[in-house]
Design a binder for this molecule. Structure first.
Ligand code: NAP
Length: 248
């Protein structure tokens, strides 16, 4: 069990990619805290699955866009588990609109959850890691859209590109303390987020992907697991695409 006795916090762990990450890290022996915003029933079910691996699980409601709530969440985890060894900043939302139709609120909401949310959690977790002298791992879930842009996603692309800049800056700041910060950039993955796409859009997207299919949440979870274990101890500040070859 390579992650035995480690503690991982996965934001947005109640569904989709976050759920797959929580289960994968639990299968490697880590105790798991998942965070969610609204979907308590789904979060509780993930915790039941997590505990079936013989590790501890805890679901905490918290809007990651709120700085103080994130500070309180990390304090709770420190009291309950003593530390956080692995943070996966996965919580994310979309508000897709063409730029001329996108209003101030659409832009801010996406930046607040996807980018500031990752800052809010990273700031408090990194501070705890330093205090406890933990050689920690932080993995940020970005997107290929942050690398190449996408029609209707100026807000989302800006947030995901910002997350890559933050990953590299934090990696430079914390590398000397052996805290590794990396990002994963998924392409199109089968979750609730992509369920809203029409058949026509899905077909068009699939034909543009060299592997001719969407990925599964588990495909992303495998990379996050690699970046969370000692197998990746000399890797920091990197972005790994998980996109069936869509961006190369
Ligand atoms: P999803 O199925 O829509 O799940 C989103 C998760 O984020 C849920 O657990 C949700 O909690 C949580 N969440 C949303 N807003 C939150 C907030 N303010 N505070 C705390 N938690 C919040 O999304 P997904 O497809 O798994 O995506 C996960 C991550 O991968 C996101 O960052 C997304 O941008 C990124 N990504 C996804 C794809 C894709 O194709 N699916 C591609 C590239 C990148 P509730 O259940 O409580 O609502």
């Amino acid at each position: 069990m390579i992650l035995k006795d480690k503690v991982a916090l996965v934001t947005g762990g109640s569904r989709g990619i976050g759920k797959a990450i929580a289960l994968k890290l639990a299968s490697l022996g880590a105790n798991i805290v998942i965070n969610y915003e609204k979907n308590q029933e789904s979060a509780d079910n993930v915790i039941k699955e997590v505990e079936s691996f013989g590790v501890k699980g805890l679901a905490l409601q918290c809007n990651v866009a709120d700085y103080k709530s994130c500070e309180d969440m990390v304090k709770n985890i420190a009291e309950e588990f003593g530390a956080v060894d692995i943070l996966v900043n996965n919580a994310g939302i979309t508000r897709d609109k063409l730029i001329l139709r996108m209003n101030d609120e659409d832009f801010s909401a996406v930046l607040d959850v996807n980018l500031k949310g990752a800052f809010n959690c990273s700031k408090h977790v990194a501070s705890l890691m330093l205090k406890k002298k933990i050689k920690g791992k932080i993995v940020n879930i970005s997107s290929v859209v942050g690398l190449i842009g996408n029609v209707g996603q100026a807000n989302y692309a800006a947030a995901k590109a910002g997350l890559i800049g933050m990953t590299k800056s934090m990696a430079k700041e914390l590398g000397g303390k052996e805290i590794c910060i990396n990002a994963v950039a998924p392409g199109f993955i089968e979750t609730d987020m992509t369920k809203v796409l029409s058949e026509a859009v899905i077909e068009k997207m699939e034909s543009a992907i060299p592997m001719k299919k969407f990925g599964k949440p588990e495909d992303v979870a495998e990379i996050v697991a690699f970046l969370s274990t000692p197998s990746s101890n000399y890797i920091t500040g990197q972005v790994i695409n998980c996109d069936g070859g869509m961006v190369m």
